[in-house]
Design a protein around this ligand. Structure first.
Ligand code: 5CA
Length: 444
């Protein structure tokens, strides 16, 4: 992409309405524009990051054997009356009436709708286990929408629902989700810690939230520092293996980690004092097991192996896809701007031409751009007629992890400069070496 043809409305001034770094940086980098309180347009740069996060979520859900689909944003109130949540949900639910005076709502979550789909088509245990998920816009009329996309009213969420024959099978689905979430967040360059939490309006007793540690987080968290040393890494996981998923669950839930809602001081004190941490966190996902809460009230039953008809055991599992854009920035920025992890960056690298209009500089930039694109990478070439300082400031602000700088002085010696956004370190090398290095970084 050539910057001269792109739409990147960066702001020079710091927007006064933004209280936290990620919100400020998303506005300044031209990623989002507020449309009304807690509702945003995703401008091209923000949209690219959102789609990258969505792609990782899809890949990891499907690796775990979960089946993608898509449900609508608008739902009929009748389904929610069946579960009893139409009245229970409260003012967070946006209620709408259509021209025929039918009560509708903008979905805050989809337990009822998926249970209805399941009960319409599945009648035998032979079709289980089954986990269906979608990534769709949700609406919750939050009392205090704030921090940009972190607490929006309209937000993009992955929500998945497992259907199993009994509690034991449903707990495997729970553990499988925990493992797949750990992998998902690691691929985004994040350390998200599963913490025992409260289930709120979704229901059930078994629930973990995934939290990223950050000063600006909305939740107070209590944890054993040993949990921050755990990595899933590239270890192979067989998601069908009850033992393997259980082992990862056991490893990650052995150290104490709880949000304030479920914090137990006496239990916390069993952790050695030097490892006890009290901090704040951003919730980027939550998994729930709620048994037969919806299947019983809505009649989602299957015939078991013994011929008995039983309600299915269910859980639901959410990832805050749009919140993650802000959360990643909270975890990865400096005073110059965003620092994207390679896994989610909107462009693989920036190409900065220090002397636009110089035939040699222009030709080398175009060559680098073409070679990176041939290798399947997506560069952003700043071909504007701007000062070097302004070009560097834009690149630093929008946070591309790598920058190739091309100038007449370097080209005399046959070199360009490759700079890491994270460390600020620069290295001179030939065009071929720079392209090879980037291809290696992005394909290994
Ligand atoms: N049905 C369940 C699981 S699918 C559910 O709705 N869970 S949830 O309420 O915990 O939401 C899932 C994730 O969505 C949260 O962990 C959070 O990351 C994100 N989320 C929730 N509310 C908002 C909001 N107002 N703005 C942005 N993201 C949100």
């Amino acid at each position: 992409m050539r910057l001269s043809r792109y739409f990147l409305p960066v702001l020079k001034e710091t927007p006064s309405e933004a209280q936290i770094a990620s919100h400020r940086l998303m506005l300044r980098a031209g990623m989002i524009k507020q449309s009304s309180a807690g509702i945003y347009s995703w401008l091209p740069l923000g949209y690219k990051v959102l789609k990258n996060i969505e792609r990782i979520v899809h890949e990891e859900q499907q690796a775990a054997g979960h089946i993608p689909m898509l449900m609508p944003t608008l739902q009929s109130a009748d389904l929610w009356r069946e579960s009893g949540r139409y009245d229970a949900y409260g003012p967070e639910m946006l209620r709408i009436r259509d021209r025929h005076e039918r009560d509708m709502l903008y979905g805050p979550t989809n337990e009822e709708m998926i249970t209805d789909i399941f009960r319409s088509h599945v009648t035998s245990y032979r079709d289980l286990p089954m986990t269906l998920y979608h990534i769709q816009w949700k609406f919750r009329d939050e009392t205090r929408p704030r921090f940009g996309v972190m607490r929006g009213r309209e937000f993009y969420m992955k929500d998945g629902y497992n259907f199993d024959i009994d509690r034991e099978a449903a707990m495997h689905a729970y553990n499988r989700h925990l493992v797949s979430y750990l992998r998902t967040y690691e691929r985004m360059g994040l350390k998200a810690i599963p913490m025992r939490a409260d289930s709120g309006p979704i229901g059930g007793d078994d629930t973990h939230e995934f939290l990223i540690l950050a000063e600006t987080g909305e939740s107070e968290v209590f944890y054993d520092s040993a949990i921050t040393d755990l990595h899933l890494g590239a270890r192979p996981i067989d998601y069908d293996s009850v033992e393997q998923c259980q082992a990862v669950f056991d490893e990650w839930t052995a150290p104490y980690a709880r949000t304030d809602e479920t914090h137990d001081e006496a239990l916390f004190e069993e952790t050695p004092e030097e490892r006890r941490r009290v901090s704040r966190g951003i919730e980027v996902g939550q998994i729930f097991y709620f048994g037969t809460k919806y299947s019983e009230s809505m009649g989602a039953k299957v015939t078991g192996p013994d011929g008995q008809v039983v309600p299915v055991h269910m859980g639901s599992h959410g990832i805050g896809v749009s919140r993650l854009v802000g959360a990643i920035i909270e975890a990865s920025h400096d005073d110059k701007g965003i620092i994207w992890p390679e896994g989610v960056t909107p462009f693989a690298c920036g190409i900065v031409n220090l002397r636009q209009g110089d035939s040699e500089c222009d030709a080398v930039c175009a060559q680098i751009e073409a070679e990176l694109m041939t290798a399947g990478l997506d560069p952003l070439y700043d071909d504007r007629d701007e000062r070097a300082g302004a070009k560097f400031a834009t690149m630093d602000l929008i946070g591309l992890p790598w920058r190739i700088t091309v100038g007449p002085r370097g080209l005399k010696n046959g070199v360009v400069e490759l700079t890491s956004r994270r460390t600020g370190e620069s290295e001179e090398m030939s065009v071929e070496a720079a392209v090879d290095r980037l291809v290696q970084i992005y394909t290994s």
